[in-house]
Design a protein around this ligand. Structure first.
Ligand SMILES: Cc1ncc(C[n+]2csc(CCOP(=O)(O)OP(=O)(O)O)c2C)c(N)n1
Ligand code: SF4
Length: 599
């Protein structure tokens, strides 16, 4: 899919689309990430343009896959939303020490105002804490242009760099003049060819190697800061000598509209900060104001360096996105209460959504529900109101176990952990292992809501769907086999719509026992069902054709790939065992179990 250009060669692109196109034009060898609004369309767009793009089970794995590729001298992007950086933080804080051989741009999309997030954390703090350079484009053209600069910086200083977008930059469309004609060949992009060069001292971060690596990192940052002062992607726009504004990202455009006469220092590389440039600018105007969304990160850095700057009233403007009107109020030092926006219609689960039935059952049994993030979080709202807590991806399992460990027996027996399929694979698996390793005295019940997709973020594939980002068939993990392998004795798969009464009966029974039980509530997301059916039909036809030419001796459901009567391929034996174990237990492993999907 190629975007169309106007007569002057410009494209109308969102920030996410601009990054995807820039990634293609920079010769990115691999794009990896985990879905999360507002970042999701970057990887989907890169894949649609012909780039190699893939979803990882979570952001940490995505960042590690990207790191391996960058160790091999490739150009890579890794995408995630702001909270995903918490999951990837472990690798982030040490990969700045090791550095990279290729170009590594970790794209993180912040969500000031929490349009679709559980917090409004500010990723600029990660740049400083992990010592990772951070770029901050203000619009689609800058997103396109700065991605190349980010690769140049990453490759020159051998450092992974952060590329911070915010919701408005991600989703607003503005014109982009591409540097290359659309459809440029990867060989013409200037990207280095991947190659492995051994460097044990540089990549094995044991203390003896990490101590000098930390010193190298600080020296690189000092050098990069000098570059940022001299020729970094920052811009001084001279206008009024009275009012000067220091800003960056989308706030730049708000300032231009709110105060067209103000002089502006616009930052494009906001870490490490060009402190001399900031000082000179602040001294050149009578009144210098820092305008930034989220935390007072930039204002604090300016004040720590002894600059006299004004900033927003954090009691009001730290919360939510900035707008032109809010910037006008900040510049006018107006801290009067803001008008309360009209209440919109609260979101709700679709009619016919399988999560509805599951939560109706949980409600009817008066369960204490330790919940998680996904469409099903909407079950916390009236009229269902049957989820008692939700904090971060995967937390349902651990929080539920914690409740079970300390609550009085009568209450502990009502606790159930409920998690979506994508979320389970993202962050719930270690919780499952903990459940069997440190089982509460009352046992525990975990419900995995397998709707065959990552519905909340727009129906992305994941390792449980059997499809890759581009829809290509791949190995489909088995929740049933995972639960058993972790040590859970009772594993039940059912359809929460068709078998609602059975679900209620078996859940009540599981709550009475002091044992561990995992339910897989399997029924497809109504919006994704058509797509899943089409894919399953296609796959069944391909499998039938393949079976005509070759088949193993393991049975009809087997995916082991062995030739008839021949030797097993390495690593595939386990699939074979899992399939036969599930078949013996009468479980519906091959699909969602919904008749609509099996027609
Ligand atoms: C660390 C982190 N990464 C990404 C997200 C964005 N996100 C929220 S829920 C979710 C997955 C939802 O899928 P699933 O668990 O299958 O539930 P469904 O929406 O399909 O019901 C994602 C990717 C997030 N909130 N936190
Ligand atoms: S999109 Fe799918 S999972 Fe989400 S509420 Fe609708 S039917 Fe349910």
């Amino acid at each position: 899919m190629q975007p169309s250009q106007d007569s002057s060669g410009r494209l109308l692109l969102s920030g996410n689309e601009a990054v995807a196109l820039a990634a293609l034009h920079c010769g990115v060898a691999l794009g990896t990430g985990y879905p999360g609004t507002p970042s999701t369309e970057i990887l989907e767009g890169f894949g649609a343009l012909g780039g190699k793009a893939q979803w990882a089970p979570n952001e940490k794995v995505a960042a590690e896959v990207a790191l391996g590729a960058a160790f091999a001298r490739a150009r890579v992007i890794c995408t995630m939303k702001h909270v995903g950086l918490n999951v990837a933080a472990d690798v982030l804080f040490t990969m700045t020490y090791s550095g990279v051989d290729g170009g590594y741009v970790l794209i993180v999309a912040d969500d000031p105002g929490m349009a679709s997030s559980q917090n409004e954390q500010d990723s600029r703090r990660y740049a400083e804490a992990a010592a990772a350079p951070m770029f901050e484009p203000a619009d689609s053209q800058e997103a396109y242009d700065l991605l190349r600069t980010a690769f140049e910086v990453s490759e020159r200083w051998h450092l992974p760099v952060l590329f911070r977008l915010t919701t408005r930059v991600c989703h607003s469309k503005s014109p982009v003049t591409p540097r290359f004609p659309v459809g440029v060949a990867p060989g013409e992009t200037g990207a280095p060819s991947p190659e492995f060069i051994r460097n044990i001292a540089g990549r094995v971060m044991v203390p003896g190697h990490a101590k000098p690596a930390h010193k190298r990192l600080r020296a690189k940052l000092a050098d990069l800061q000098a570059w940022n002062e001299a020729e970094g992607p920052n811009r001084v726009e001279r206008r009024s000598a009275v009012l000067g504004v220091i800003t960056g990202g989308i706030s730049y455009h708000h300032v231009r509209e709110a105060a067209p006469d103000a002089s502006i220092l616009k930052l494009g590389l906001s870490y490490p900060l060009p402190m001399k440039t900031l000082r000179d600018f602040a001294a050149s105007v009578e009144r210098c104001v820092v305008i930034e969304e989220n935390d007072p990160w930039l204002a604090t850095a300016c004040r720590a360096a002894g600059l006299t700057v004004e900033s927003k009233d954090d009691a009001i403007f730290r919360f939510g996105e900035l707008t032109v009107d809010r910037v006008r109020r900040i510049l006018a030092r107006d801290s009067s209460p803001e008008p309360v926006p009209p209440r919109g219609k609260p979101p709700e689960l679709c009619a016919g959504c399988p999560h509805r039935s599951s939560f109706e059952v949980l409600k009817e049994l008066d369960c204490i529900v330790s919940g998680d993030i996904g469409c099903y979080t909407l079950a916390a709202l009236p009229p269902i109101a049957a989820m008692d807590m939700m904090i971060d991806m995967g937390a349902a399992v651990g929080m539920g176990l914690g409740l079970r460990h300390v609550l009085p027996r009568d209450q502990a027996k009502r606790v159930v952990s409920v998690i979506g399929d994508s979320t389970f694979l993202h962050g719930g698996l270690p919780g499952l292992v903990e459940m069997a390793y440190n089982p509460p005295a009352t046992g525990h019940v975990l419900v995995i809501l397998d709707n065959g997709t990552t519905a909340m973020t727009g129906q992305q594939e994941h390792p449980g769907t059997g499809r890759q980002l581009d829809g290509a068939a791949t190995y489909q993990v088995s929740y049933e086999a995972m639960a058993r392998a972790a040590g859970v004795k009772n594993v039940v798969t059912l359809n929460p719509i068709r078998e609602k009464a059975r679900f209620k009966e078996l859940l009540a029974e599981a709550l009475r026992k002091d044992e561990l039980t995992v339910f897989i509530a399997r029924s497809p997301c109504i919006l994704a069902a058509g797509r899943i059916v089409a894919w399953q039909k296609e796959r069944q036809a391909l499998e039938a054709a393949a079976e005509e030419t070759a088949s193993c001796a393991c049975g009809p459901d087997c995916a082991c790939g062995n030739a008839p009567g021949g030797a097993k391929e390495d690593g595939l034996e386990e699939n074979c065992n899992a399939a036969s174990t599930d078949a013996a237990a009468g479980l519906d492993k091959a699909g969602c179990g919904d008749p609509a999907l099996q027609s």
